[in-house]
Design a protein around this ligand. Structure first.
Ligand SMILES: Nc1ncnc2c1ncn2[C@@H]1O[C@H](COP(=O)(O)OP(=O)(O)O)[C@@H](O)[C@H]1O
Ligand SMILES: [Mg+2]
Length: 370
């Protein structure tokens, strides 16, 4: 099948640099998500891969073959768009079979392949309907059916779940992941939704302002985000950050975060080892790595007042006020807390992240020192 290599790819529209110096190898049969906020160049990148845009700079290869000048119809690439772009006057069967029909595939073969795809996507009962007689989730499946009917080498999906309701989206996430396991085509999936990227992909490529910031397995990016921006973009709740200055070596006394006293925990010291006095840095702690206690405990990090409680069913999200700085913690849903209650926090320093002021620097975690 096909490994996709992007080498120094750039694309500008006038003065807008939509994609800049993008280098990425998508392995054969991989499910890779391109994750980034709206306007960061995701669609442009997919259109370059599909051959719908010309390159300003760089090369694209499918396996060892340079594809820059190969027209879209000869790339064996299929794309699912955000809008689905189904033909309203055609039945579901004709929509799915369309890419084969325009290539003059014999009708018996088209019918056979449409039935196979409909079975795979569990939409056989819908084959005679028209798009307006379908729900959003059903339309999405038809669009996927039309994309996979020709057995593409590379399947491109551009935010295909953004037009369906939250519940259907969660369901379709699992469906798409299962589908990929069955058809085993190289899949490049564009999304601005970190949950989609985290739950479905083999690897995530994080993109911002046309540039690739970090690429890795979902758990790797979650555990070792390369900078503050990625750390706050990945995770259901954003990471808490504390602006700090290291005051001296005897104990870590930092300002800003205000709560890290001279009796600093050993593993926080370990995390900061090697930084000079006066160094500026950020500490990042995820809400799920903060423990709340009703009484003072040994080794606790700081005291706080409960400002807001947000039960989500499977957890309780607590907004905490620490010396007028707000942070969020996620705790067990059964934990009984009241607004304005005074509580004691313990951070899991083994899972804390250190970001040097230069945000391009790699964060360290204490795990890496051990
Ligand atoms: N055809 C175009 N002409 C001019 N500017 C464009 C064109 N397509 C995209 N852009 C610009 O390129 C940037 C990236 O757009 P896009 O790839 O659509 O981002 P995303 O899909 O991540 O939201 C945006 O600033 C957008 O306005
Ligand atoms: Mg887009």
């Amino acid at each position: 099948m096909v490994k996709v290599t992007l080498e120094n790819v750039s694309k500008s529209y006038g003065t807008t640099k939509a994609v800049q110096n993008f280098n990425l190898v998508v392995e054969d049969e991989e499910f890779l998500s391109i994750l980034g906020p709206s306007g960061c160049g995701k669609t442009t990148l997919l259109r370059l891969i599909a051959g719908l845009e010309t390159f300003s700079e760089g090369r694209i290869l499918f396996n060892d073959r340079v594809m820059n000048d190969v027209p879209p119809k000869d790339r064996n690439v299929a794309m699912v768009f955000q809008s689905y772009a189904l033909f309203p006057h055609m039945t579901v069967a004709d929509n799915i079979g369309f890419p084969l029909a325009i290539r003059k595939t014999p009708k018996v073969e088209v019918d056979k392949r449409v039935r196979e795809v409909a079975e795979l996507l569990k939409i056989e009962p819908l084959l005679n309907r028209r798009p307006r007689q379908l729900s959003g989730g059903e339309q999405q499946r038809v669009a996927v059916g039309r994309a996979i009917v020709r057995k593409p080498d590379v399947l491109l999906m551009d935010e295909p779940l953004s037009n369906v309701d939250a519940k259907t989206r969660a369901y379709l996430r699992s469906e798409l992941k299962l589908l990929h396991k069955k058809i085993r085509t190289t899949l490049i999936y564009v999304t601005h939704d970190q949950t989609e990227a985290m739950t479905m992909s083999d690897r995530i490529a994080v993109m911002k302002d046309g540039e690739l910031l970090q690429v890795g397995a979902p758990e790797n990016i979650y555990e070792h985000p390369k900078d503050v921006w990625i750390a706050s973009f990945i995770g259901n709740l954003p990471m808490n950050f504390f602006d700090c200055v290291l005051l001296d070596r005897r104990g870590v006394r930092v300002i800003g975060g205000a709560c890290f006293g001279p009796q600093s925990p050993k593993n926080l010291m370990e995390l900061l080892k090697g930084l000079p006095d006066g160094a500026k840095f950020k500490l990042g702690v995820r809400p799920e790595d903060i423990d709340i206690s009703k009484s003072s405990t040994q080794g606790m990090t700081c005291e706080a007042d409960v400002q807001l409680l947000e039960p989500t069913g499977d957890s309780l999200v607590v907004t905490l006020n620490v010396n007028d700085e707000l942070m969020k913690a996620r705790v067990n849903p059964g934990f009984k807390l009241k607004t304005d209650e005074h509580v004691y926090l313990t951070f899991d320093w083994d899972r804390a992240h250190l970001f040097l002021s230069d945000t391009s620097s790699k964060p360290k975690t204490t795990e890496q020192h051990q």
